[in-house]
Ligand binder design. Structure first.
Ligand code: FAD
Length: 295
């Protein structure tokens, strides 16, 4: 593996070499990257990306790695992980939240500050950056409903995008096309009582009680726009429990693929293709991945 080293001039943020995708991704698959860097705030992330671009060092930005499938032979790129960017500050309409803040931390701060609107994220294992990129959602609510603006790194510039400029749709955003790196987001939240927030959090957490445990990426496929969920099409196709290598279609929730501890990314990818082909040939329905392939 080629070495990627960041000299002293890059700053003092924490780095580790190499970075093992199988230990850091929720699906538990994938090879290695030569190095990972953990900036602590949006200023450090901005400075790091500017230097990487200037020096021509390839990189990929990740949050909690709960919606990605890394390749078995790893990546010849620097991994930039936002998980240490945990800062949150008050704004006139809600909060400014740095990209690495987890849903759990966000909701604890919302409760302390009496801010309502983000409870649907309770139990989603995301960073805010990942959620803003994916337009994460649960229980019929989506992140775009609470976004005021998103602060990004764009080829050496800091740009603040309005909600309209983020071009959100069902599990899509402008960030999937434009290569922007999310530094943080301004969330527009309402005021609410401690009790109201706690009750709504408990409601959304309760809805998740049935979700499969085990190593996964959450839902693999987006729901098609024909009114029937992806999981229902997979189940109707008789695919629950189908296995390729160590990758299995969950018996509890057909839109989850579980790594039973020995799956490779290739197993998972073959199973994804098999599910798509089977649902297409049986019902003529095209399933589209929600998960992102790291490349
Ligand atoms: C058990 C389980 C349950 C889940 N439940 C839900 C659910 O209820 N609803 C839901 O929507 N999702 C769910 N997911 C999927 C996942 O948690 C979400 O998609 C989440 O938003 C991903 O956040 P992340 O920080 O893990 O992003 P990652 O997986 O690290 O990254 C996802 C994508 O975003 C990009 N990215 C991450 N951070 C940045 C950044 N700062 N700037 C630019 N690009 C970035 C990455 O390059 C990658 O392409 C679940 C996953 C699991 C494992």
């Amino acid at each position: 593996m080629q070495r990627i080293e960041l000299g002293q001039s890059y700053g003092n943020f924490k780095t580790e070499t190499p970075f093992d995708f199988s230990k850091n991704s929720s699906i538990g698959c994938g090879g290695f990257a030569p190095c990972v860097a953990y900036p602590c705030d949006d200023g450090e992330l901005f400075a790091l990306l500017s230097r990487l671009d200037a020096d021509g060092i390839p990189f990929v930005v990740v949050g909690n790695m709960t919606n990605v499938l890394p390749p078995d032979d790893g990546l010849q790129k620097l991994v930039v992980c936002t998980k240490r960017m945990r800062g949150i500050s008050r704004t006139p309409n809600g909060l400014f939240v740095q990209a690495g803040v987890s849903a759990g931390r966000l909701l604890r701060v919302c409760q302390t500050e009496g801010l309502l609107g983000a409870e649907f994220l309770a139990g989603v294992p995301c960073t805010l950056g990942g959620a803003l990129f994916m337009n994460a959602g649960a229980g019929g609510s989506y992140v775009n409903e609470i976004v005021e603006s998103v602060l990004v790194y764009r080829r050496g510039r800091r740009v603040e995008l309005s909600l309209a400029e983020c071009r959100y749709g069902y599990k899509t955003s402008a960030f999937m096309q434009n290569g922007d790196v999310i530094l943080g987001g301004r969330l527009r939240l309402k005021t609410g009582s401690d009790r109201e927030i706690a009750e709504r959090k408990a409601y959304y957490l309760g809805r998740r009680a049935h979700l499969p445990t085990g190593k996964s990426m959450g839902c693999v496929f987006k729901n098609p726009d024909n009114g029937v969920s992806a999981g229902a099409w997979i189940e109707k196709s008789g695919l629950k429990g189908v296995r390729i290598g160590g990758a299995v279609v969950s018996n509890e929730h057909a839109n989850f693929i579980i790594n039973d501890r020995r799956a490779t990314s290739a197993d998972v990818r073959k199973l994804i293709d098999y599910v798509k082909d089977t649902v297409k040939s049986r019902f003529g329905v095209d399933l589209q991945e929600e998960i992102r392939y790291l490349e």
